[in-house]
Ligand binder design. Structure first.
Ligand SMILES: Cc1cc2nc3c(=O)[nH]c(=O)nc-3n(C[C@H](O)[C@H](O)[C@H](O)COP(=O)(O)OP(=O)(O)OC[C@H]3O[C@@H](n4cnc5c(N)ncnc54)[C@H](O)[C@@H]3O)c2cc1C
Ligand SMILES: NC(=O)c1ccc[n+]([C@@H]2O[C@H](COP(=O)([O-])OP(=O)(O)OC[C@H]3O[C@@H](n4cnc5c(N)ncnc54)[C@H](O)[C@@H]3O)[C@@H](O)[C@H]2O)c1
Length: 413
């Protein structure tokens, strides 16, 4: 009698958990095992820099599934288990405890880790990163009662944490080497809008500067608590807490050591297959060929983890999968909420147009390249992202007057 196949998922976060869910929804009757380093059951990270960090959301909001879901759906979830190596020829992984787990198909969903600051003093107490729920809880405790925060990096983590720190009553200075906030993600136009938003909330920015040293209070001591941050211009910034948000690095070690093709992530085709026919990759980890964009992309956002896990699961089941959604991400800072479709990185657009009230921060921004919309951001405007995504997907030339006229439906631009 043939034995049922085993599908193994390494990485028990949003991407892995949604893949497991899809395997069962699609009727897979074999064994599903999920191994994850963290001790919490799979959870979503967006609340960690927003509602949960602010103390507004209960911890229950973070979880992908109810506690009993895994057992009820025959998913063998093993937490606190780190995979040390993958043997593609033997179709097995080995954990750091020395256990071997075999598989017929393997999904790598090991995500990304915070890039580490490498300057003198970076290991001092009070220098904090944000990736896990434990990190979020420690930051919330550090912000309680105010104090002086220096944020290193004006990216997504830097800005969302800065907003939370301000709401907790902390003074915040942000150090960022680029000319403005979110420069690489959004370009100067909309990045500048986020910088202005934070300035209005009393945040000080030091753009065009990096950090060279983190010292103790009054510049004293080689170890111990943080007291001040020295920037590349020689400025000395007093700090009770330092938050580092200088990017994420994909956790490619397992794949690279196993001989899979890597390069800014684990390389996959549009069906999320790696260079090994039995191994798939998805979420923050995967650098996947994207037919719509015509290039490989690695998207480090929630919606990609949510949707690529299921796509990989269907691909593992032998279904014909082409994973090519318009990239999507969102953020909430103070009273500004936004959604962005597309990847409006500098160099990929030549024009920015607006529809709506920019002053009142209730508008849609469109990034265009050669007359076609390549990305769009709705700021405090809702229920338009599907229409924006359709515009991007169409690739058609648009009439700027109609695009910017709020009376013309986006479906008729
Ligand atoms: C604080 C924060 C806020 C965010 N907010 C937003 C937002 O507002 N909007 C948005 O679009 N995106 C947001 N993101 C991004 C989004 O959360 C990520 O894109 C998403 O978490 C990626 O999911 P993933 O499952 O691919 O990887 P991860 O979430 O990184 O999970 C990977 C898991 O694999 C585990 N793992 C790694 N190596 C091994 C191993 N060898 N063995 C076993 N397990 C392993 C890790 O411990 C981890 O649990 C945010 C991210 C953070 C950190
Ligand atoms: N709303 C969202 O989508 C959201 C929210 C939080 C986190 N995330 C994800 O979490 C991950 C980590 O976020 P992040 O903000 O760390 O990364 P990021 O890539 O968004 O931003 C990193 C920032 O740090 C700057 N930087 C790089 N090196 C620096 C240095 N030495 N000193 C000072 N600044 C430096 C960069 O110029 C950039 O502005 C990313 O994958 C991000 O997409 C997403």
């Amino acid at each position: 009698m043939p034995t049922e196949p085993t599908y193994l998922i390494v990485g028990a976060s949003l991407c892995g958990a949604k893949a497991a869910e899809t395997l069962r929804e699609e009727g897979f009757g074999g064994t599903v095992i999920m191994l994850g380093s963290e001790t919490e059951r799979p959870y979503e990270r967006p609340p960690l820099s927003k509602g949960y960090l602010l103390g507004k959301d209960d911890k229950s909001v973070i979880y992908v599934h109810e506690e009993g879901w895994y057992a009820e759906h025959g998913v063998d979830l093993r937490l606190g288990v780190t995979v040390a190596s993958v043997d593609p020829a033997g179709r097995a992984v080995t954990t750091t405890d020395g256990d071997s787990v075999g598989y017929d198909r393997l999904l790598l969903a090991t995500g990304a880790s915070p890039r580490q600051l490498d300057i003198p003093g970076a290991a001092r107490d009070g220098v904090m990163y944000l990736r896990t729920v434990g990190n979020s809880e420690r930051l919330a405790a550090a912000f309680r009662g105010g104090g002086r925060v220096v944020t290193i990096g004006a990216g997504w983590i830097g800005l969302e944490v800065t907003a939370a720190a301000r709401e907790a009553g902390c003074e915040v200075t942000v150090v960022e080497p680029e000319p403005t906030a979110l420069y690489r993600a959004l370009g100067p136009e909309l990045g500048g809008m986020f910088a202005d938003l934070h300035r209005e909330h009393g945040v000080e920015f030091r753009f065009g500067e990096s950090v060279s040293e983190i010292r103790g209070p009054g510049g004293r001591g080689l170890a111990g608590r943080v007291g001040e941050v020295v920037t590349s211009s020689g400025a000395v910034l007093p700090a009770d807490v330092v938050v580092v948000g200088i990017g994420a690095v994909p956790n490619t070690g397992l794949a690279a050591d196993a001989g899979l093709e890597t390069g800014n992530g684990v390389v996959t085709d549009a069906a999320l297959r790696t260079s090994d026919p039995n191994i798939y990759a998805a979420g923050d980890l995967a650098s996947s060929y994207h037919p719509l964009l015509g290039r490989r992309v690695r998207v480090e956002h929630w919606a990609n983890a949510l949707n690529s896990g299921p796509a990989a699961a269907r691909s593992m089941l032998g279904q014909d999968v082409t994973y090519d959604p318009v990239p999507y991400f969102f953020s909430d800072q103070y009273d500004l909420g936004m959604e962005t479709a597309g990847l409006p990185e500098p160099g990929r657009y030549d024009q920015v147009l607006y529809r709506g009230d920019r002053q009142g921060r209730e508008f849609i921004a469109f990034w265009l390249a050669s007359g076609a919309v390549v990305a769009g951001m709705n700021v405090n405007v809702w229920d338009v992202t599907d229409d924006i995504q359709a515009l991007i997907r169409s690739g058609k030339q648009v009439d700027p007057a109609r695009l910017t006229d709020p009376d013309v439906p986006l479906t008729e631009v």
